[in-house]
Each structure stands twice: as C-alpha cells, then as structure tokens.
Design a binder for this molecule. Sequence first.
Ligand code: AMP
Length: 280
Amino acid sequence: MNVLNNISEVKSILTDLRAKNLSIGFVPTMGALHQGHISLVEKAIRENDVVVVSIFVNPTQFNDKTDLKNYPRTPEKDIKLLEDSGIHYIFMPSEQEIYPEPDTRIFEFGQLDKVMEGAHRPGHFNGVAQVVSKLFDIVKPHRAYFGQKDFQQLAIIRQMVRLLDLKIEIISCPIVREKDGLAMSSRNLLLEPEVRKSAPLIYKTLSDAQKKVGELMVNDLIVWVERNINKDPNLSVEYFSLANSQNLQPVNNWTDSDSIIGCIAVRAGKIRLIDNVYFK
Ligand code: AMP
C-alpha cells in the first residue's frame, strides 16, 4: 500500500493502471475510520482490481467552523487500518493541494438540497459536490462507494454524476451499526460518556417507529419519534422527516410514495448525529 499526497502522482499512477485495463474502485472519506468505512473498502476490494481511499477533511462542506476544528483526525490509525484491509493507495492531500485557490463553483440540485441536511446545513452539499467532483477528476474511478448513513449525500452525488455526465458507477452500501444500534460515525468519538449512553435511543426509536406505520398517520408518527427521543435530556431532535426515498421530498400520507425513508438529525450533547431507516 502506498500513501500519496500529490495530485500529479495519483494521476500518473492511475493513468498507467487504467491503460492496463484494471478497474479502479474509489472510497472517499474524511478519516477517523471505523468499520462503516471499512465495509465500503471491503466491497470496493471485492469488485475492483485497484482500490483508492482518500482521506481529506474538506473545509468547504463545514458550515460550522467549530465542527471543522473539532472533527476527529487519526491519520496514523487510519493508515494502519487501511494497510490491514488490503487496499492499494491512500490519497491524503493537503488543503492547499485540493484548493490552491478558492472553489467558487455553485452546483444546482433543485429541490434535493432544500430539505433535511441541505436545509439545516447551508452550503454543505455544495461543498461536498466541490470536493467529490475534484476527487473524481483526480482518481477517475470506474466505481465509487458511499454509505447509506449519509442518505441525502448519496442522492446528491448521483445527481452530480448525472449533471457532469461522468462515467462513474455510484455504489451505495448499507449502514454499519454498533452492537447497541448506534450508527457508526467518526463523530461518535466526540460523544461525552453520558451522552454516548443515551445515543442508542435514536435507532431504537426509529426501529420502534417502523412497527407503527399501520397504526399512526405520518404526522403523528413524526411527533411520536420526536417526543420519544426528546424525553432523554441528552438528546434533542433537530428534524425527523419521512420522505420519498427518490426525491427526498416529505410525504404527508403513507400512500404518497412506494418507498419512504425516515431521516433524522439529533443534537447529542454538543455533537450532531444523523441516521435513517426505511419505513416502506
Ligand atoms: P465520512 O468519512 O464521514 O465522510 O464518510 C465516508 C463514507 O463512509 C461516506 O460515504 C459515508 O456515508 C460512509 N459511512 C460513514 N459511516 C458509515 C456507516 N456507519 N455505515 C456505512 N457507511 C458509512
């Protein structure tokens, strides 16, 4: 396994590999790696000849500068974990390497980024699109792997690939959870011990809510979920949305869409956590 820092190096190595007709799988990450990331890596290894993982904490997707400053960074541990996983290249660029000058591009996602994370984190998905489009251009993978944990991000990336007419297959991977149900996240490292004990209530509530679909109307279920989580003093729901899983627009009735996703963001102490499950 090689750790690369320069765009020119990555481009030249991968151009050679592509010329040999080897398939390239790509897993973009912000590091502080856990088994959720590794599940993407393992799928990429199974499906491609060469696997590249990028580790870059992208400043343009952080609307909250304190969040950027506090974001966990564990580069040595990440390198060790990836070495054990059997990938071929880590791309770990500096901020200067990715943004030698400010990226002023604005992406148009229509209604897709006007809801949920897009509504609560202004500019977040534009920043995601900026960095992922740059990384796609550098790596030019055949396939790129993203987790369903960031459900809206997956929809945004698919839309970006369509907008830019890229020939990259976007592969979505299921959410990996801790034994107690909490969705794995780099930010879990930042949870205070007491808050960490409360955090599994998020997934527990979503799982219980799935069983209430026949019993409660959409809006009543939203209220039930919010109340059930908010009764824990360490947790506060920022939003819970039941939405059409294709366009992410909220539904009013269970019959409004064939496939309904429930997406939630919760303040857990000082940390913001997201999760989602299908309701239909
Ligand atoms: P991040 O480092 O948080 O930007 O995540 C990098 C990739 O890993 C994204 O595609 C995430 O959706 C994915 N990911 C993060 N946590 C999980 C998880 N618990 N299960 C599955 N995928 C995940």
